[in-house]
Design a protein around this ligand. Structure first.
Ligand SMILES: [Zn+2]
Length: 390
């Protein structure tokens, strides 16, 4: 029921075309995975997003653990039925959110909680990490919670997504070499426990392992070697990728060569246009990101010339579409003036139209990338898209 097949490998770089088969359908790779954090995309629905080109969605386990909604989902027989979706789904392990909660609050990093309003914690660290798992307090109601590889996998089994992730420790981007190394060793142990809890004969789910190691070359290579040798279905590249695009590229150059050629690779939490090109060229098959819908909520549109900010007021009189070359319905029918007007008046429809265009933009880009890999013209395509992005 599950398979991953490579259809073509580029001669000029490490880009590849693949086909990931799941019981709920096929995913053509490279694939962009929209994130439906709490089981809902923001500003747009699943059906529309599917029609725009989404072949798989990512849902965050953390949010189904807080408040224990995963139990309700289990009663429904899993996320597919609960959400009314007959399509491939992924869940992450919850690790990213839990650990970001620790250093996010302590160091002011991390926008992980997005628009939710956590209770005031006055800089108190809500997370305690042990070698077995992690204790934390819900940022919303202070409930005391605990997550470890066993529990994360069990919750993900209850949620029933097609592709699930091993529990890992996401160490802070500011962590020292020594700490990052300890966290990586824990992640390796937890990868083995995740595999054990997942079991051998699951027919309706597959498990991805996660490579950690921060921004350190030897740790990244060691982690990739270790995790890459374990019998996972695919591999996630997690953790801090540095603050610069160059650093992300370096990390990918260290990690990818140690991962098995025949298995899918997922770069976690990346999806800016420039990052997509950089990751695809380095052999990444899947990436998830909230960018298209988040930008829409902030009144911004993705274009080949960079971001268009409709809040600025600059476009209030403009009859032209968001992007002249875009053939989405929004661009064929609506003016920047009307969209700016909707955004200014905080109309829900403004967010919806921007999310529609932004998702169309990304899925159209991915389609062009797939064609470019087929014809070995990825560099030309990149030059047309990455002009002056911020
Ligand atoms: Zn458009």
């Amino acid at each position: 029921m599950f398979s991953f097949r490579l259809l073509k490998k580029s001669k000029r770089n490490k880009a590849r075309l693949g086909l990931l088969k799941t019981p709920h359908g096929l995913i053509r790779t490279p694939a962009f995975v929209p994130v439906a954090t709490k089981g809902a995309l923001r500003g747009i629905d699943f059906e529309k997003t599917k029609n725009l080109g989404a072949e798989v969605f990512m849902i965050n386990t953390f949010h189904f653990y807080l408040g224990h909604s995963y139990r309700l989902v289990k009663k429904f027989g899993g996320l597919h039925r609960f959400l009314g979706l007959n399509q491939p789904l992924m869940t992450d392990s919850g690790g990213f959110q839990v650990f970001s909660l620790g250093f996010g609050l302590a160091e002011g990093v991390g926008k992980i909680l997005d628009q939710d309003r956590p209770v005031q914690t006055q800089g108190k660290n809500l997370v305690k990490i042990t070698d077995r798992g992690v204790f934390f307090e819900s940022p919303f109601d202070r409930e005391k919670l605990y997550l470890d590889p066993e529990r994360s996998i069990r919750i993900q089994k209850d949620l029933g997504a097609d592709l699930i992730f091993a529990f890992d420790e996401f160490s802070s981007p500011t962590a020292s070499y020594q700490y990052t190394r300890e966290a990586m060793i824990r992640t390796h142990r937890w990868a083995e426990t995740s595999l054990k809890t997942f079991g051998k004969n699951k027919t309706d789910q597959r498990l991805f392992g996660i490579v950690q190691g921060g921004e350190f070359k030897d740790l990244r290579q060691g982690s990739s070697q270790f995790i890459g040798a374990l019998p996972f279905f695919g591999f996630g590249i997690g953790g801090s990728l540095g603050n610069t695009k160059t650093k992300m590229n370096e990390v990918l150059d260290w990690v990818v060569p140690f991962l098995p050629e025949s298995k899918p690779r997922h770069l976690l939490g990346i999806g800016e246009v420039e990052d997509i090109f950089n990751a695809v060229k380095r052999g990444v098959d899947l990436f998830d990101c909230v960018t298209p819908t988040r930008l829409a909520r902030h009144g911004a549109a993705l274009t080949r010339q960079g971001r268009l900010n409709l809040k600025s007021g600059k476009h209030r009189q403009q009859k032209e579409p968001l992007e002249k070359t875009c053939s989405c319905w929004v661009c064929r029918n609506l003016s920047r003036a009307y969209l700016s007007y909707l955004v200014k008046n905080k109309e829900i429809l403004g967010i919806y139209y921007l999310a529609w265009h932004n998702l169309y933009f990304i899925f159209n880009l991915i389609e062009l990338i797939r064609t470019a890999i087929k014809t070995d013209r990825l560099a030309e395509l990149e030059r047309r898209f990455v002009q002056k992005l911020d």
